[in-house]
Design a protein around this ligand. Structure first.
Ligand code: SF4
Ligand code: SF4
Length: 421
């Protein structure tokens, strides 16, 4: 099968009545363009969301509609080519974080993010994914993690975190209530976050555990758009949860992983609905709201202004909008300040959806990050707090690249630092 045939087969597979209705509803008004941070940052018309999903629309029209057949026979449209597949691969993997802000402005209520995920399914089937993203997927298939967090590395890192921060990290505890699955970004790049979450859960008296089987929450199959790989990585988490007999799975600071496990897993794997899936932001809100842990009021009042970056999958999609604000208003009542836009209207960091893993995307990723720089500088914040380690990676890299003098902070770490003894 040629590249195009593989993509077309996958597009057709993706195109049920719901997708058809969504595609038919688009009036091509173009209002979604300005909502996209990549379009806003560059003015490139090919970065308009409606254009990024154009290949899916043409595949649908050509395969399923009379108009599409007539257009082809009259030469008003041409069959999709391998070159077009490759080009849309670049547009979708380098200049879309699947943040779904575009859906919020569409007057037809089209769920553009879901259609763009469908685009990725076709592109992945055709192999039109960037080499570095494909390599990360292969690493996750072979080693269990895209960041080289093999069994041995995971074991050593957790032991080191426990020693370094003097915190107990319960492992493979059968009968625990809660399974916590960290992302390799945290374990490898932000280990203090691992220690912080352990400290908070221990303080709350939570019966929790990590699992050596379910040790990676990141899902590069989901970034890629491959159902096969997404399910493989989800099953690793769910098998670990099943073996230990836990009731709920806590996803730590990773937005895309939360999206995959919270909203997609049960559609593919029925056993997924046996578990409550919750993001650590929700857990922090619960623990503080119920008084199971106490944090020191005003603990972060004196280090300059603090603002909060809303992550697309955790705040906009996940709804964990109020908890971080309630926490920051206790920790830094005089220093907390909102940037604009915020909450569900927040602008994406620019590094999600696998974009940060694609080297060729660096120029547009940095261009997009300049939007965040403006927002943070407008409120003169010196610290930007967040609840997604992928956003944190993008912010940390952006701070380094643009030589900014801000601190980038994970909310779990702030809570752990401010715990009342
Ligand atoms: S805003 Fe909605 S209707 Fe308008 S072009 Fe974008 S997807 Fe189509
Ligand atoms: S999902 Fe986000 S990044 Fe992708 S086209 Fe829509 S606004 Fe742009």
């Amino acid at each position: 099968m040629s590249t195009t045939e593989k993509a077309m087969e996958a597009f057709v597979h993706e195109t049920g009545s719901w997708v058809a209705a969504q595609l038919e509803s688009c009036t091509r008004c173009g209002m979604c363009a300005e909502a996209c941070h990549f379009y806003q940052a560059t003015g490139n018309p090919e970065y308009a969301p409606v254009w990024k999903m154009e290949l899916l629309r043409r595949a649908y029209e050509q395969r399923f509609t009379l108009v599409g057949g007539i257009k082809l026979s009259l030469g008003l449209d041409k069959p999709i080519t391998d070159e077009e597949i490759a080009h849309w691969g670049e547009l979708n993997y380098e200049a879309c974080t699947v943040c779904n802000k575009c859906s919020m402005v569409c007057p037809m209520g089209i769920d553009i993010g879901s259609l763009l995920h469908g685009m990725r399914a076709g592109l992945a089937a055709a192999g039109a994914i960037p080499a570095d993203l494909a390599a990360a997927v292969t690493k996750q298939v072979d080693e269990g993690s895209p960041l080289g967090m093999t069994d041995k590395v995971w074991d050593q890192r957790l032991e080191w975190v426990a020693d370094e921060w003097e915190v107990e990290i319960p492992r493979d505890v059968k009968g625990a209530t809660t399974l916590v699955v960290f992302s390799s970004i945290e374990v490898m790049k932000f280990p203090a976050n691992v220690a912080a979450i352990a400290k908070v859960l221990n303080k709350a008296g939570e019966k929790w555990t990590v699992s050596s089987k379910a040790r990676e929450i990141v899902n590069f199959g989901f970034y890629e758009g491959s159902e096969e790989h997404t399910k493989l990585f989800l099953n690793r988490v769910l098998d670990g949860a099943k073996d230990l007999g836990v009731k709920r799975i806590v996803v730590t600071e990773c937005g895309h992983a939360y999206d995959a496990l919270r909203w997609h897993a049960a559609n593919w794997i029925p056993e997924a609905s046996n578990f409550e899936v919750i993001h650590i932001t929700g857990v922090l809100g619960e623990l503080i709201g119920s008084g199971r842990i106490k944090i020191k009021p005003g603990f972060f009042n004196d280090g300059g202004k603090i603002t909060f970056h809303d992550a697309c999958k955790i705040q906009r999609k996940g709804g964990h909008i109020q908890e971080p604000r309630d926490i920051l208003k206790v920790l830094a009542p005089d220093a907390f300040i909102e940037m604009t836009p915020n909450r569900e209207e927040s602008v994406c960091c620019g590094g999600g959806g696998g974009v940060i893993a694609v080297k060729a995307a660096d120029p547009v990723r940095y261009a997009s990050f300049e939007l965040k720089i403006d927002q943070v500088n407008t409120v003169s914040a010196k610290t930007v707090a967040m609840t997604c380690s992928n956003c944190r990676l993008q912010f940390t890299d952006g701070v380094d690249h643009f030589k900014l003098d801000w601190k980038v902070a994970g909310l779990s770490q702030m809570v752990a630092d401010a715990l009342e003894e």
